[in-house]
Ligand binder design. Structure first.
Ligand SMILES: Nc1ncnc2c1ncn2[C@@H]1O[C@H](COP(=O)(O)OP(=O)(O)OP(=O)(O)O)[C@@H](O)[C@H]1O
Ligand SMILES: [Mg+2]
Length: 892
């Protein structure tokens, strides 16, 4: 790859977008010239140290030890036979992974075939241990009694042989049977089943049973590609169409019925309506499957506008439109993350039939161990947060000497629970970690987003250099994987399938739960971060300690992404540090750890990504490291006002999940999706294991907070609130008649009550959420916030004040309240810095804090520094104006 004709600035801008640091880019350009791929390669190779997986095809060949090439149950696979039976027709797979090197084609074909079969092994090996705790609830949800349906006769008897032949599977899970029953009865079907439960089989089987074509609508090329590859290995011909498919003969062949399964993105299927109608006539279409169907809904976390136009399928493939059809071609919609609202939206948006069968299984994944840990999630915390990960994945050879110097003496176990989302690992967080910017609840973006002006949106993005994982990944398009193939011909499935006896596990009595215990088995990890820059920073950090880590974000060169994907599947890369671009569809059975480093944007996204873990049914960790002292902000993205509001609601739910200290995390998650959690607890998460914190009687705090809020609204309520003796309010509705935000209200409490002088804003923030949940206060602003911002009392709240009795008010302190209790600081906000100097105690504490916690100037972020400067200017202006006004009154 020689130098391109790009200018220095162009290379710089593009690479900054990818998340690289300015200095590394400049250094790279100096060394290898103005070629983006070369500079990327240079930086990644230099930064990776010995830990990063090598890029050469040799590496994958050499890393494959004979012992690895085993059939599911220990039978060695014959390399030769495999390479000769490989019928993957396109140059494709080679192009995927080694597009530029044609000289070693043969070797590569063999390598890839072997790699693929290795993946098959991994998938099928622990068949009996598949997460199959799903329970179909036909009685509740199925809208039509199945026994009354005209079911395609004998499909169940015929399917057994096909499953064995193609997938090495003896039987279907009950939810798969339900879905297939619906299809066989020509009914539409909505399948809601946990991540990794095997939804794909529901739409793959109809192609095998009928010999007709199944059209699958899928949101990502990477996902389509993954599935096509697996199908080819299982002896099912499949292709994918769309902008990632350069060979237009594939599309023509597909429309002539040459592939059993056609994967398309929604954009493409909309274009292909007519050819598909012809295909339905000539060959027959057995089913339209809409995978990851939550993308249909505006209420979902991953809305794709083209998904919402898929109602054309119902309109164009019904008996009223196509006279040759005997029945409407059934629709099967599938997802693992849909709330009730999203489910309703799906049925409506796709215009699914009134008789749609909804197959609902539990979203609960009993082998996932959820935890929340407090962390500043910045570079200063890497050492502490990743030290256990480095211990697990770091190469002994490399890291021993580094470990001595760099890894904290602290031997806290990353995978050991910190206790109910509490603050054990990073409990020595400085008060300065509480970013006062965030007291305004992400206002920086709110302003930008709410303007409705797209120019501003763009500016917003430019402003937010750290939040670079923008629409590129938010709205992942088919272009995120420009895979050059898409045609997969059926290979003969391996002859020596060893069939495991699998069936739904015997139903356990209600409430009992088999608890997986013990240390995690070996297996890779994925670290999800919000920004591209962090993917690179963390991957580089881990590589320094000998961890085979790699960054993955949508802006990185496709060749790099393909390599990461491949090497991750081969277990050459052990830790992928990724944005949401590596989320949906990753089906690797032995992922042992999913770490979210920073707040996710929604619980749907969180659960979807966490669902990549433990797909083999074995214990896996899902750890969320988040700054519990901060209210998270929305990442910039193109959103309408309506979508912004929705996004805030989802972020808020996610924030509350992190703040929770008393309810089982798995229960919180599945109940979020509207499921009634049949077990009381998961017995694995940090809350279940460590128990909730001790309940506190917060009667006094609740009363004073409610009173102060009520007083600030006294004008509007024109009521006589019985105040505490030591509280006197000078005005009712803010000094200038404006609403008082929680921060001001807390300021008032501190001013008026000696008892609460030294209380932390975090305490009041947590308490206000508790009061809101109890229905005593509500948001008084017409905007949506992540955390209540302008509290106003409800009728219930006012009654609570009126009827204040001696009764205690016991609550479980939330995570931020516990954090406040641990960090002994009276004020968390710089905006309150100017207040209270006259008070000797406050003065003493502030001076002490200035001495002890003074950070070196270099550590200050430019953003904070600018804000401080601006505040100082404002303060100076105010004081000089004050002096001026004082002088003027004097001379009047
Ligand atoms: N009946 C079955 N018995 C055993 N294994 C199965 C069965 N059905 C599917 N599987 C396996 O389960 C794994 C996960 O399947 P799949 O990718 O379809 O999950 P999914 O439900 O689509 O998950 P996600 O929501 O994350 O996409 C696959 O490797 C598949 O081979
Ligand atoms: Mg799936």
């Amino acid at each position: 790859m020689g130098a391109s004709n790009l200018s220095f600035d162009q290379v710089l801008v593009e690479m900054l977008e990818m998340g690289f640091e300015y200095s590394s880019i400049v250094e790279g350009i100096k060394t290898v010239g103005l070629s983006i791929p070369n500079v990327v390669e240079h930086i990644l190779t230099a930064g990776s140290g010995s830990g990063r997986a090598t890029t050469s095809s040799k590496a994958s060949t050499t890393t494959m030890q004979p012992s690895k090439f085993r059939a599911p149950h220990g039978k060695a696979l014959k390399r030769k036979a495999l390479s000769s039976t490989s019928q993957v027709r396109q140059s494709s797979i080679l192009d995927h992974f080694h597009s530029n090197d044609k000289s070693t084609v043969c070797n590569k074909i063999r390598d890839v075939a072997i790699v693929d079969l290795e993946m098959v092994n991994e998938h099928d090996k622990p068949i009996s241990k598949m997460p199959d705790d799903v329970t179909v609830m036909p009685g509740q949800i199925v809208t039509g009694p199945m026994e009354n349906l005209v079911v395609m006769s004998d499909w169940e008897t015929r399917v057994g042989g096909l499953l064995q032949k193609h997938f090495g599977i003896l039987c279907l899970k009950s939810f798969q049977k339900e879905a297939l029953n619906a299809w066989a009865a020509h009914k539409d079907c909505l399948v809601l089943a946990a991540t990794g439960s095997g939804k794909s089989l529901c739409f793959q089987v109809p192609a095998l049973l009928t010999g007709k074509v199944v059209v699958v609508i899928s949101p990502l090329i990477s996902l389509m590609h993954d599935q096509c590859l697996k199908l080819a290995r299982h002896g099912v011909s499949a292709c994918f169409l769309g902008s990632g498919q350069p060979d237009n003969t594939v599309e023509k062949k597909a429309m002539r019925g040459m592939y059993s399964i056609i994967y398309v993105c929604p954009e493409t299927v909309l274009r292909l309506i007519q050819p598909l109608q012809k295909l339905a006539e000539s060959h027959g279409i057995a089913l339209f499957a809409i995978d990851e169907v939550h993308c249909v809904s505006k209420w979902g976390h991953d809305f794709r506008p083209d998904y919402s136009r898929l109602s054309v399928l119902r309109e164009n493939f019904s008996t009223s439109k196509l006279k040759f059809l005997e029945f409407d071609i059934p629709l099967m919609a599938l997802t693992a993350t849909a709330t009730h609202r999203v489910q309703e939206d799906i049925l409506k948006s796709l215009r699914m039939s009134k008789e749609t069968i909804v197959v609902l299984t539990s979203f609960f994944r009993s082998n996932l161990r959820f935890m929340v840990k407090h962390s500043g999630t910045s570079q200063a915390f890497y050492e502490k947060d990743f030290h256990e990960l480095i211990k697990v994945y770091g190469s002994k050879l490399n890291s021993n000497k580094n470990k001595k110097s760099s890894i904290s003496k602290d031997s806290d176990d990353v995978s050991s629970s910190s206790g109910a989302g509490r603050i054990s690992n990073n409990d020595d967080v400085s008060p300065y970690d509480v970013d006062d910017n965030h007291d305004d609840y992400g206002g920086r973006y709110v302003n930008v987003m709410r303007s409705g002006n797209t120019d501003n949106l763009v500016k917003g993005k430019e402003l937010s250099v750290e939040f670079l994982e923008n629409d590129n990944d938010d709205c992942q398009s088919v272009d995120d994987w420009d895979v050059t193939c898409g045609e997969f011909c059926a290979q003969s499935p391996p002859k020596d399938w060893e069939l495991s006896e699998i069936d739904d596990p015997p139903k356990e009595p209600e409430g009992s739960l088999k608890v997986l215990k013990g240390p995690l088995e070996q297996g890779p990890a994925i670290i999800y971060v919000p920004t591209r820059k962090e993917t690179l920073k963390i991957a580089k950090y881990l590589c320094k300690f000998g961890v085979k880590a790699a960054a993955y974000n949508a802006a990185l060169p496709k060749s790099h992404l393909r390599r990461v994907h491949k090497e991750f599947h081969e277990n050459t890369i052990e830790v992928v540090v990724a944005t949401i671009a590596f989320g949906m569809g990753i089906d690797k059975p032995n992922v042992r750890r999913i770490i979210h480093y920073g707040w996710p944007q929604s619980l749907e996204a969180y659960y979807q990504e966490a669902g990549r873990a433990g797909r083999d049914g074995k214990l896996a960790d899902c750890i969320l490291f988040a700054n519990l002292a901060r209210v998270p902000s929305l990442l910039p993205s193109r959103r309408s006002e309506y979508q912004t509001k929705q996004a805030y609601i989802m972020l808020s739910d996610c924030f509350r999940y992190g703040m929770n200290t008393s309810c089982c995390r798995a229960k919180t998650l599945v109940e979020y999706f509207g499921e009634e959690f049949s077990h009381r607890k998961c017995l694995l998460c940090d809350v279940c294991v460590d128990g909730p914190p001790q309940r506190q009687n917060m009667k006094d705090e609740a009363c004073i907070l409610l009173q102060t809020i009520a007083a600030s609204h006294a004008c509007s309520y024109s009521m006589d609130v019985a105040y505490d003796d030591d509280i006197h309010f000078e005005y009712g509705y803010g000094r200038h008649g404006e609403r008082l935000c929680l921060k001001n209200i807390v300021g008032k409490i501190r001013e008026q009550s000696q008892k609460f002088l030294n209380t932390d804003i975090l305490l009041w923030r947590g308490l206000s959420r508790i009061l809101e949940a109890k229905g005593y206060i509500r948001e008084g602003d017409d905007k949506t916030h992540v955390q209540i911002k302008f509290p106003e009392p409800t009728k219930l709240g006012l009654e609570f004040i009126r009827s204040m009795s001696e009764e205690a008010f016991y609550v479980y302190p939330e995570a931020d309240m516990l954090l406040a209790a641990k960090t002994h600081k009276p004020y968390s906000s710089f905006s309150e810095w100017g207040k209270g100097w006259a008070d000797p105690e406050i003065r003493r504490q502030r001076l002490e804090r200035m001495q002890v916690n003074k950070k070196p100037e270099t550590l200050r972020s430019p953003r904070k520094h600018q804000k401080r400067k601006a505040n100082k200017m404002k303060h100076d202006m105010r004081t000089s104006r004050g002096r001026l006004e004082a002088k003027l009154t004097k001379y009047k």
